[in-house]
Write a protein that binds this ligand. Structure first.
Ligand SMILES: [Zn+2]
Length: 111
């Protein structure tokens, strides 16, 4: 089965994307997709079904924590709940990178 890119009309191949944000704020990793040589991405019906299911699973099972920010010297401190620390396998020696995504959102990536 050949799939042609709707934007540049080149032939698309199945690839595995390292990360893909199928729904805002929910980033999936190792996503099977169709990609053309120009980098346009689309999904077969089967791939889209899987992405929808994975997104749904995250929304259903993700745990959320709301924490207040406190102050330490000139910096602000967010406490990481122990359950989350355990899940992320981080402790007081871990390093994280903080990346602002917008005025309302930032990503903390475990290094
Ligand atoms: Zn294309």
């Amino acid at each position: 089965m050949t799939i042609i890119c709707g934007k540049c009309e080149k032939e698309m191949k199945e690839v595995e994307l390292k990360e893909y944000e199928f729904e805002e704020g929910i980033i999936l990793d190792n996503v099977r997709a169709m990609q053309c040589p120009s980098g346009h991405v689309t999904f077969t019906e089967e791939q889209a079904d899987i992405l929808e299911q994975r997104t749904e699973d995250i929304k259903t099972h993700a745990f959320r924590f709301i924490r207040s920010i406190s102050k330490s010297a000139r910096s602000l401190v967010i406490r990481i709940p122990s359950d989350l620390a355990k899940y992320l396998d981080i402790d007081e020696k871990s390093k994280v990178e903080m990346i602002p995504l917008s005025k309302k959102r930032f990503l903390i990536e475990v290094k």
